[in-house]
Design a protein around this ligand. Structure first.
Ligand SMILES: [Zn+2]
Length: 476
């Protein structure tokens, strides 16, 4: 069989890997490529294959760089099933609609500029309406349940410990007898696709399951160059920052990704307030996407780890993501009302890099008050407002106006949802005895190079770093 790497190949974004086996085409992931605007537009609009010839898709998790071009795939004629876990299907529906909205706004913005130059308008990559069409193609499969996406390929999901519903995928491939019901005398081999690998001890979700019995592996390497700090340390840092801000009568403003990071923070704050580690401080989640995503988390307790289940059993609210002091604001009025309050509070709002969304209003209203804290809880891309805040710029621009930053800025590392180098090495070592080749994807050259070195140092010689469009032939 053949693997062709179309996306997240020598980069971290736009995951798409095509498997061609027994005359079928099976696509792993259909991610949106996110980069410079014009290049992204080209890459996302023009699939390097005919979507009508894809027989099925397997999706490891709902993040847009893995799922985000599904609306376009469907729009261009794909009519197969999209296999994913139940939680990932629900989260993807929500995130794709949000992404469709963003694509529409983006096209409007570009078209205003084009109109000034007398150029014809462009179409959005896809619209919310296009995104809504994807839902009917999802086929939810629980972890550990075998399914046959195309003849001769039997697959199952295992926990990836990355975000709610995330999965690694074992693909048992019978090339010689790729027909349904065949006993197969050619024997099978196992291709393992890691998806995005999470970490142990992240709040809420279960830990990643290590691969087993893999003959070949496609593996992510986002942080192949560095270890991560302990999530427990992040918990302690969060408690300290919130504690000291409340003590001086300030507000804590946290730009956070609506899906994943927001729910982790809510759960941690719930534990702190209930456990008396923090005073009874009001916490607001002010982002429509985060509020809707939280509803999906609540509907999928089957994805929670033992610690969270235990917490829920003993918690008097009987839930992880709700407590007296917590308010999910939905309307704009509720959001605006927070501006008039002067009491200490925590406001968690999107977007995660403070580029858009309600967080901008909260920053604008609170950044000039020295009692307040802006808390940065994730990596911030260059040239974003989040990065300027993390860099402690003394003046920042919000909605075109300049504000003096008098609020404290605190940063917490250690909350990454991706495995660090040690964990990636451990992941590969789990199949060291059987694996004949490892293809590194979803990583820049430096982390890929350092991980390759680390793996070779442990006797795994056949490590590859395929370029976009590159093919690999694998067999029993
Ligand atoms: Zn991811």
């Amino acid at each position: 069989m053949e693997i062709q790497f179309y996306g997240a190949a020598q980069t971290v974004t736009g995951s798409q890997h095509m498997l061609r086996v027994n005359g079928s085409s099976l696509l792993l992931e259909c991610g949106l490529y996110q980069g410079r605007r014009q290049e992204s537009y080209q890459v996302n609009q023009n699939f390097p294959f005919d979507p009508r010839e894809v027989d099925a898709v397997i999706l490891s998790h709902a993040h847009i760089d893995h799922s985000g071009n599904l609306p376009n795939l469907v729009k261009r004629g794909f009519r197969g099933r999209i296999y994913t876990t139940p939680a990932s299907a629900h989260l993807s529906n929500l995130m794709l609609m949000d992404s469709g909205h963003i694509q529409e706004l983006d096209a409007q913005y570009v078209n205003r500029k084009r109109a000034k130059r007398g150029e014809a308008p462009i179409e959005p990559i896809y619209t919310m309406e296009d995104a809504a069409y994807v839902a009917q193609y999802f086929e939810s499969v629980e972890y550990g349940v075998t399914f046959e996406p195309v003849p001769g390929v039997r697959a199952h999901f295992v926990d990836a410990g990355h975000i709610l519903g995330s999965a690694g995928i074992a693909l048992d491939i019978d090339e010689a007898h790729g027909v349904r019901g065949s006993t197969g005398n050619g024997g099978t081999f196992r291709l393992w696709f890691s998806g995005d690998i999470g970490r142990r001890d992240l709040p809420l979700i279960r830990d990643p399951v290590m691969p087993s019995g893999a003959d070949w592996m496609i593996m992510e390497c986002t942080y192949g160059d560095k270890p991560h700090r302990d999530p427990e340390q992040a918990y302690e840092e969060l408690r300290e920052v919130v504690g000291r801000t409340i003590e001086r009568g300030g507000k804590v403003i946290i730009p956070a990704f609506a899906v994943g990071r927001t729910q982790e923070l809510v759960f941690d704050l719930h534990r702190m307030v209930d456990g008396g580690e923090l005073p009874q401080v009001p916490v607001f989640v002010d982002s429509p996407l985060a509020v809707n995503a939280t509803d999906i988390f609540k509907r999928h307790p089957e994805c929670f780890d033992a610690e969270t289940r235990e917490f829920i059993r003993h918690d008097h609210h009987k839930m992880a993501l709700g407590f007296e002091m917590l308010t999910y604001t939905r309307s704009v009025e509720e959001s605006k009302a927070l501006n008039d309050r002067t009491d200490p509070m925590v406001i968690i709002s999107a977007s995660g890099m403070a580029e858009s969304g309600r967080i901008l209003h909260h920053l604008k209203n609170n950044i000039e008050e020295p009692r307040n804290t802006v808390l940065i809880v994730s990596w911030q891309a260059p040239h974003t407002l989040g990065r300027r805040l993390a860099d402690r710029d003394p003046f920042v621009k919000i909605f075109g106006e300049t504000y003096e930053r008098r609020a404290e800025v605190a940063t917490i590392g250690g909350l990454s949802a991706h495995a660090g180098q040690d964990m990636l090495v451990e992941y590969a070592e789990a199949v060291k005895e059987t694996v004949r080749g490892i293809y590194l994807v979803h990583g820049e050259a430096k982390p890929a190079g350092m991980l390759t070195e680390a793996l070779r140092g442990r006797g795994m010689e056949k490590v590859f770093y395929p370029a976009r469009g590159e093919k690999a032939e694998i067999r029993k």
